[in-house]
Design a protein around this ligand. Structure first.
Ligand code: ATP
Length: 369
């Protein structure tokens, strides 16, 4: 079956370490999404799995077989890349059938049946006799998928396959791809820059940075329990707020923000002096400060100034800074519901529930809580 094992894989290009000692197990039928900033080694990892690059060190196994030196055609994988390049002189039917070119054991009739069946699944049956230049971008993308899946491979490798599509089509194709993957039950490794794709499509997300694996886990685990500051900042939009400061006897002391750590957190941060407080914008509670006496504020509440309001329709992003120093840079961003109307220049009460607080070691970036 399509289980993939990557064991201590390093890939160097001259001085550049594109992938650094990567170990990753991908279960049969799993949908794994690889994310990370540009240049972190995602594509190189995929290209090594595909056989387009050979690892400098380490091993790759697919279905238990050693792959390092096996040519792409002998790996039982199908690839869909961003520039899916269909053959312009061939019809859709011929393009899809081309995916079976190297396959043995199919009669001509079986090949044709298979193409019809895949076209039906992808909803492009009525386009089979058209040429690629007579298709929309989304239709072309589906044909490229058809060409990849027509062989019924063990593994799909996809590198930003939806990135050329507009937002609406992207959303449709996302659902279709998920359905296809469920239907075909094929192990899939999918590279994307798109958070929504990563969060909604994957069984697990692997986050890479500088060639190194930072964390791998189900989307919500990465969201709620990021292993380090990098993952915390990478997963979730808008990005998690980070405030640097010191742990002074169980109280966080940063610029303007002072926050007493409660029981559990207090224990986790014990012994670490330089810390970073992390709170997701959606976890900040914001209320109007009208009629609030600052003396009545609890330890987990702050007065802040709304410096900018970014309306997004159903939600607003509030930029918050120091209430008495309103020209200072923003300290926090909050996500509030669209019906909650605040105005720039307004003073608000911001509260942070201790259950929503993350704390990182400022030196290593590792999560303490
Ligand atoms: P992006 O999101 O921008 O596509 P990525 O995470 O896919 O980036 P890779 O393409 O895997 O990153 O590149 C990782 C590193 O390896 C980068 O520093 C890149 O410049 C380098 N690199 C990749 N391919 C080669 C190559 N053929 N020769 C030299 N360096 C390369």
């Amino acid at each position: 079956m399509g289980r993939i094992s990557i064991e201590h894989m390093t890939k160097r290009f001259g001085e550049t370490v594109a992938v650094d000692d990567l170990s990753l197990e991908i279960a049969d039928s799993e949908f794994l999404v690889l994310v990370g900033p540009s240049g972190c080694g995602k594509s190189t990892t995929l290209r090594c799995l595909a056989g387009l690059e050979t690892p400098t060190e380490g091993d790759i196994y697919i279905a238990g077989d050693h792959m390092n030196y096996r040519v792409p055609q002998n790996r039982d994988i199908a690839m869909v890349f961003q520039d899916y390049a269909l053959y312009p002189h061939m019809t859709v039917r011929q393009n899809i059938r081309f995916g079976l070119e190297e396959e043995e054991g199919y009669t001509k009739a079986e090949r044709n049946d298979r193409v019809e069946q895949i076209a039906g699944t992808l909803g492009i049956s009525d386009l089979l006799d058209r040429k690629p230049d007579e298709l929309s971008g989304g239709q072309q993308q589906r044909v490229a998928l058809g060409r990849a899946i027509v062989r019924d491979p063990e593994v799909f490798l996809m590198d930003e396959p939806l990135s050329n599509l507009d937002a609406k089509l992207r959303a449709d194709m996302r659902t279709e791809l998920q359905q296809l993957q469920n239907e075909f039950d094929v192990t899939t490794v999918y590279v994307t820059h798109n958070q929504t794709e990563a969060m909604t499509m994957s069984d697990r997300i692997a986050v890479m940075n500088d060639g190194e694996l930072q964390q791998v886990g189900p989307p919500l685990e990465l969201y709620h329990e990021p292993a380090n500051r990098f993952v915390a900042g990478f997963i979730g939009e808008p990005m998690m707020n980070f405030v640097e400061g010191r742990n002074e006897d169980g109280t966080f002391v940063g610029t303007y923000v002072e926050y007493p750590f409660d029981g559990d957190i207090r224990q986790s941060v014990q012994g670490t002096d330089d810390v970073v407080l992390g709170v997701r914008p959606e976890d900040l509670e914001v209320e109007s400060a009208e009629g609030t006496d600052p003396a009545d504020l609890g330890g987990h509440e702050f007065l802040m100034n709304v410096s900018v309001v970014e309306p997004h329709g159903d939600q607003n992003v509030l930029h918050l800074n120091h209430p008495e120093d309103t020209d200072e840079e923003d300290l926090l961003h909050a996500l509030t519901s669209g019906t909650n109307i605040f105005e720039a220049g307004e003073t608000v009460v911001v509260s942070i529930d201790p259950n929503d607080v993350h704390v990182f070691d400022a030196r290593t970036g590792d999560a303490l809580h």
